[in-house]
Design a protein around this ligand. Sequence first.
Ligand code: NAD
Ligand code: ZN
Length: 360
Amino acid sequence: MKFKNFPMVPRVVFGRGSFDQLNEILLPKRRNDKAPFIFLIDDVFENNPEIISRIPLIFDDQIIFISSDTEPKTVQVDALVSRINEAFDEKPSGIIGIGGGTLLDLAKAVAIMLNNKGTADQYQGWDLVKKDAVYHVGIPTISGTGAEVSRTTVLTGPVMKLGINSDYTPFDQVLLDPELTAGVPKHQWFYTGMDCYIHCIESLNGTYLNAFSQSYGEKSYELCKEVFYDQSLDEEMSRDKLMMASWHGGMSIAYSQVGVAHAMSYGLSYVLGTHHGEGNCIVFDHLEEFYPDGVKLFKAMKDIHEIELAKGLCAALTDADFDTMIRVSMGMVPLWENALGKDWQQVITPEKLRGMYEKM
Ligand code: NAD
Ligand code: ZN
């Protein structure tokens, strides 16, 4: 097929306090009293009655609290699927992910693997999933990744950090309640928000750019700038707008790709476990060569919000570590191609990447 035929999230609710509508949304999707809803929730909310008391549990519905200290792994998805299969006779009526990109991606992957044989790592790649996922709902509690709209779920597997990209990955329902993002710590707000900003810069400056991606990318860029640079918004408006920036940023890369910062930050994450948003910031700070204007504005926003990025991350790495990092990064072919064109390997060599990583 020359032009991709993309699925999109078919239903979305937006609004402050819309979380209270979750019960009404789920009710028609319950198959019977033996087919539970499983809520995968970031454990940062475990002792937060403000959120937990509003989860509409009935019958055998279950909450599973999950830490986002480490980003999702294929083995973690497999373990969750086994646990759910062992606990219930019937397939769940649905999987609801509540949290940041980590929890949203876990919910997508678990929903896929409940209906597909084998292990999650067998589906890392493009269009390998054969059967529809279990009904799944995404409820972001921090804005930026675009995981709520995307067609991928990024997992670290035995050989690669790579997404399950498929038509079955996107959520069946998303609930956007900006109030859920009120408690995000400032540095994390910046890192995950900058993930969105970097999606825009990489999409808008890529060779894959087209009017579809550009329209979403420009809107998202504008919203990010209002939130992080102009700072003319009150807190509530700022949360509303960042949530929509994330949505548009995610839509922008649906029909294009990300670029250099993501390709390099995947390597950092694979070897050092650096989290996505923070890793992207650390890398992007050094990418003037590729994105001069984008990096200039990034540095200005970093100064405004007094964010100190980690330094010397790669100082103690061995040659073998660097080789793995470079292998993972150079494996992200579509990202490099988007950033630099078909001849990207004339610019990006293992030596060049090593030199760049050594500065981080
Ligand atoms: P995250 O989900 O890892 O969460 C970051 C931190 O914020 C955690 O400590 C979490 O507990 C905390 N947090 C979240 N909501 C909070 C709240 N309301 N109050 C207080 N603390 C809160 O961070 P992220 O940046 O949203 O997600 C990163 C993950 O998303 C990575 O695994 C990355 O690979 C993935 N990702 C996926 C896509 C996609 O399209 N599928 C795109 C980009 C990134
Ligand atoms: Zn990203």
